[in-house]
Design a protein around this ligand. Structure first.
Ligand code: HEM
Length: 459
């Protein structure tokens, strides 16, 4: 891998050591990080643009300055790898794929799959998205009256169905509950391991490891079945699976093996629904707490749709709906943490970052940085109105990451979430079930702890 040396070839620059945020504990901030990682992120953000904190056996560098983030994710991305401890655990769970892979391997996969996320192709998924939304709404209509719905589960099911139908031409209706549950378990297991670095490795048969292994096997069975069915039929369905099956090694001419297809399918099914469903779940929460925003949203839906169900062509007009989503992902970014490893000595502004340093970038803490956001804890979609956009540096808002590893699914997610938010808000008003405590659960993605039960009223 080639290393950029631009920053290192400036001999006059005085490089300061990155300050350490002290902790009285032997394991540093690990205890706090286990209990409340989001609070640790904010603590790091308050401490400075880049700070070093001990997390158990290692020192971790928390970066909270947009120029430094741009340096890491974009300008000098070659000097940083994704090969962190978190990624090693993700690799254990999902193998090498477009999300976990690096270098030439990653580039090939990204190039192969990119056309599937082209604007025209995303637009062609409009029917699948609206049809799946309508099926969900029809189901709700026949549900017993006054029975609350777990919006987190409903959003998981609908987004999983959509990604299955759009990218893999399969109907996962029968499997969405199981898959949703298994993904949630894998999510829980992974975060537990990150927080407990000394926990026995997955092959040791502890009750937790056994549960996680069952989840892994169950998911594998479902996904392998869909791959095998396609292989047996030999059909080209012009979807992501067919695209992956068409890939050939330039030298050997060989296609991807069943296991390789499995790894890409797994990561696409997971990344393709988990994040979007969390964003939507949080949007229902914020809307229920902000009636003024809700009525502005309702007014837009009435003005744009005139009572008919939304379709893909409406998305560009649903500007306020989109602002609600943008603001939701500011306060509750589904990908609340990103991590990298420096491959060589690096410089962040005036600071020297050593080689092999684990670096944490947090959309959560950047999105709440008081230097860049007025009244950062307040929910206010108007922050994303055209007159307020463009005033901030890039990378202050980064729900989809940035640089070459920018989320490939961004246009898919935004179109889907806008359509779903519009289709549901047009028909229902959602309120929290009384006495529900809503807390963050920072897993791989930012979930709502214990789910989000809501009462739906027809509008
Ligand atoms: C609201 C929804 C979503 C959010 C907030 C989100 C967020 C992100 C972020 C922050 C990254 C970069 C991670 C890093 O650099 O460490 C990422 C990467 C990725 N996302 Fe998403 N994502 C969303 C939806 C989707 C969807 C719908 C798909 C697929 C259909 C998807 C597939 C991927 C893949 C494959 C990568 C890895 C890309 C690469 O490394 O080349 N995501 N996502």
């Amino acid at each position: 891998m080639s290393h950029s040396t631009t920053m290192q070839s400036e001999p006059q620059t005085i490089r300061r050591e990155i300050p350490t945020l002290p902790s009285p504990h032997l394991l540093g901030w690990l205890g706090e990080f286990r209990n409340d990682p989001l609070a640790v992120m904010l603590r790091a953000q308050q401490a400075g643009d880049v700070v070093r904190m001990r997390l158990g056996p290692r020192h971790v560098y928390f970066v909270n300055h947009p120029a430094y983030i741009q340096h890491i994710l974009q300008d000098h991305h070659r000097n940083f790898s994704k090969d962190t401890r978190v990624m090693q655990l993700l690799k254990y769970a999902s193998g090498e794929n477009i999300f976990t892979g690096e270098g030439e391997f990653w580039l090939q996969r990204r190039r192969l799959m990119q056309p599937m996320f082209h604007r025209k192709i995303i637009e062609s998924f409009g029917d699948v998205m609206t049809q799946t939304a309508n099926e969900m709404l029809a189901e709700w209509q026949t549900a017993p009256k006054n029975q609350p719905l777990r919006m987190d589960q409903e959003m998981t099911r609908v987004t999983l169905k959509i990604v299955g139908r759009a990218l893999f031409s399969v109907d996962l209706t029968g499997e969405t509950r199981t898959l949703g549950e298994m993904f949630a378990r894998a999510n829980d297991d992974l975060i537990y391991r990150i927080q407990h670095p000394f926990y026995p490795p997955p092959f040791v048969p502890t009750p937790r490891n056994r549960r996680a292994n069952v989840a892994r096997r169950t998911t594998q069975q479902i996904i392998l079945r869909l791959i095998r069915e396609r292989m047996a039929s030999g059909e080209n369905k012009n979807d992501l699976l067919s695209l992956l099956m068409s890939m050939r090694d330039e030298e050997t001419g060989e296609g991807l093996s069943e296991q390789e297809l499995y790894r890409e399918t797994l990561v696409m099914l997971f990344a393709g629904h988990e994040t979007t469903s969390n964003a939507l779940t949080w949007a229902w929460y914020y809307l229920s707490q902000n009636p003024q925003t809700e009525s502005t949203l309702h007014a837009e839906l009435a003005a744009v749709l005139h009572g008919r169900a939304p379709i893909m062509q409406d998305v560009p007009q649903l500007v306020y709906t989109r602002r609600v989503l943008d603001e939701t992902m500011r306060l509750a970014p589904p990908a609340w943490i990103m991590s990298r490893l420096s491959l060589c000595d690096e410089t962040l502004g005036e600071y020297a970052l050593p080689a092999r340093a684990p670096v944490v970038l947090s959309p959560y803490s950047m999105h709440r940085h008081p230097r860049y956001w007025k009244n950062p804890a307040a929910f206010d979609p108007e922050r994303f109105a055209p007159e307020n956009l463009g005033k901030q540096p890039r990378f202050v808002y980064m729900p989809f990451g940035g640089g070459p590893r920018l989320c490939i699914g961004q246009p898919f997610a935004l179109a889907e979430a806008t359509l779903l938010l519009a289709a549901i808000a047009q028909r229902y008003t959602l309120r929290l079930v009384p006495n529900t405590r809503v807390e963050d659960a920072p897993m791989i993605t930012l979930r709502v702890k214990n789910g989000l039960p809501m009462q739906l009223t027809r509008r």
